[in-house]
Ligand binder design. Structure first.
Ligand code: ATP
Ligand code: MG
Length: 396
């Protein structure tokens, strides 16, 4: 989006112009064949997925293959005491792989049937082919019999949700700089999926619980089971069944099923606003006019004097005022109703780099930051309440 181009470094522009696949020919073939899942009939799709899963065992994909026994040993027979989380697709256990001397997170999928297999396949394929410091590392998987288990690098700080939205009295709230660092890293993960991977990958499930944090609070995106290859050639969008999580889905995707990388940009805007405000996107425990974060924020976005009301009270006022204003401008742009007017995620990355501590101290960059954000705040004032048609919870 033009608003950010004033502060986009030359190397970034060059990178965009010479955009090419980071994968070799073989990998491209794999990604392309994965794209075909969408075009086959139900029965041939099912066969295709089963065959692909079988091929894993023949070394088609680089991740390590574990037997069920190995993972039982790693998690002390999936001992409830090693349970670290539970999501819509199954339980997650902390384990230890003695041969690798490494801790892992073991996700045991309990969703049987076609959808579960598809998600398992998509996750293994994407994480085996795409590698970036802001994507979680897949250590391996197990597909013994009916078992579908994913083994990830263990992330000692759990998920962003744990530190932002489920915060107990014993936990220290995230400070402002960490919040910006998490947003910037997560945006870089999306940028890699949208603008470096080819074909582009639409993540579709960007939310606080899918952003994992390492020991230094560097974020890594996880859960690629819903990811979808983006449009190529002349196509502007892919049409697909609406899947994702209530509150985080872009309005046009929720109402028409038309998916573009801008749907992820909207979801990024939701999470960024959660980071700034400390409020969950849908929170039924709040008064009715505050239950939907986006609806609550709309009138406040339009009045600079009220910006401080949006800052998380747990920050106790410890944030640079200008940075708050600029961060809100970025969030508001990402949340625009009209998908085409949302920024590209690479523009968001550029804006957030200027919001991060180190750079904001340099004088000329400070200026660029100001002019960029000023322009943002004049462009972001359209009303953009989210679609109300979304069903509760996970849309699958
Ligand atoms: N690699 C990991 N390292 C450490 N903890 C993890 C890891 N993967 C997942 N977890 C923990 O397990 C929890 C559950 O993750 P999971 O992805 O299954 O569900 P979710 O993201 O909460 O919900 P959904 O099913 O909607 O994605 C996470 O919130 C996180 O706390
Ligand atoms: Mg998840």
């Amino acid at each position: 989006m033009s608003c950010f181009s004033c502060c986009m470094p030359q190397e970034k522009i060059e990178k965009k112009l010479s955009k090419k696949s980071i994968q070799d020919h073989k990998d491209n073939k794999s990604l392309a064949s994965f794209a075909n899942i969408s075009y086959k009939s139900d029965s041939s799709r099912r066969r295709y997925i089963t065959e692909e899963i079988e091929k894993f065992g023949k070394g088609n994909i680089s991740s390590q293959i574990f037997t069920f026994h190995e993972l039982s040993v790693a998690t002390q027979n999936f001992n409830p005491e090693t349970l670290i989380g539970e999501g819509g697709f199954g339980r997650v256990y902390k384990g230890h792989i003695e041969s690798k001397k490494t801790d892992v997170a073991v996700k045991k999928l309990d969703r049987n049937g076609f959808q579960g297999n598809r998600e398992f396949l998509v996750e293994v394929m994407i994480l085996s082919l795409l590698h970036h410091p802001n994507l979680v590392n897949l250590v391996g998987y197990c597909s013994d019999g009916d078992q579908r288990i994913l083994v990830y690098e263990y992330m000692p700080n759990g998920s962003l949700e744990d530190h932002l939205l489920n915060i107990g009295p014993d936990k220290k709230p995230l400070d402002w700089n960490t919040r910006i660092k998490v947003a910037a890293g997560a945006a870089k993960g999306l940028e890699y999926l949208h603008e470096t991977a080819y074909p582009p990958v639409i993540y579709r499930d960007f939310k606080a619980s899918n952003i994992l944090l390492d020991e230094s609070f560097n974020p890594r995106l996880s859960d690629f089971g819903l990811a979808k290859l983006g449009p190529t050639g002349d196509k502007t969008h892919v049409s697909t069944r609406v899947m994702g999580t209530y509150g985080y889905c872009a309005p046009e995707y929720a109402s028409t099923g038309q998916l573009t990388t801008k749907s992820d940009v909207y979801s990024f805007g939701v999470v960024f606003l959660e980071l700034i405000t400390g409020r969950r996107v849908i929170d039924n425990s709040r008064p009715s006019e505050e239950q939907n974060l986006i609806t609550w924020a709309q009138p406040l976005f339009k009045d600079k004097k009220k910006f401080h009301l949006m800052a998380d009270p747990l920050l106790e006022g410890n944030y640079p005022e200008k940075a708050l204003c600029q961060a809100l401008a970025v969030a508001a742009m990402c949340l625009q109703e009209e998908a085409s007017t949302r920024p590209l995620i690479s523009d968001v990355v550029t804006a957030l780099e200027y919001l991060s501590v180190g750079k904001s101290q340099a004088g000329n960059e400070e200026e660029a930051r100001e002019s960029s954000a000023e322009k943002c705040s004049t462009e972001n004032t359209e009303n953009n309440s989210p679609d109300d048609n979304l069903r509760e919870s996970k849309i699958v």
